[in-house]
Ligand binder design. Structure first.
Ligand code: AMP
Length: 135
């Protein structure tokens, strides 16, 4: 099976790559490349942190790897360092955003998980009391 190694994604986010369809960049690739503006909180060689455009809490930012990994379940052992880095940066930016009272870290995987952008990203939400179970 062809693997999603390149800066492309299949418009049917949950299906296998299909060569008959045109590959396009995800919105996050366009943000990483600077083609689309965003409110950037942090950037380093392997990730970018932006404020979510539709915040679900007073503070809501996304930690996005520059490497295109469609979703967490598609990550491989070679991605271990990047995965760890995303959480480390999530915690550091949460501190920077004064979320000392607590925050929630969310990764949506696939249709049932509520994923809408097929480029791995870690949501960090804070500034209000979170509920459990989540919706
Ligand atoms: P998910 O539903 O887990 O795939 O999360 C995708 C997130 O990306 C949603 O919370 C969107 O609000 C957010 N989003 C989509 N487009 C943009 C954008 N241009 N800038 C910032 N956040 C975005």
């Amino acid at each position: 099976m062809q693997r999603w190694k390149t800066f492309t994604y299949h418009p049917c986010a949950y299906g296998p790559p299909n060569k008959r369809l045109i590959s396009v960049s995800t919105i996050f690739q366009k943000i990483i490349s600077g083609d689309i503006p965003s409110d950037i909180l942090h950037q380093d060689e392997s990730c970018i942190v932006i404020r979510d455009i539709e915040p679900q809490a007073p503070v809501h930012f996304l930690v996005i790897p520059k490497k295109v990994i469609p979703r967490v379940g598609d990550a491989d052992y070679e991605d271990q360092q990047i995965l760890g880095h995303l959480l480390l940066i999530a915690g550091k930016i949460a501190k920077q955003e004064a979320l000392s009272a607590g925050f929630r870290v969310v990764i949506n995987h696939g249709q049932n998980g509520g994923e809408t952008v097929p480029h791995l990203h870690v949501h960090v939400l804070g500034g209000r009391q979170m509920k459990w179970p989540p919706g």
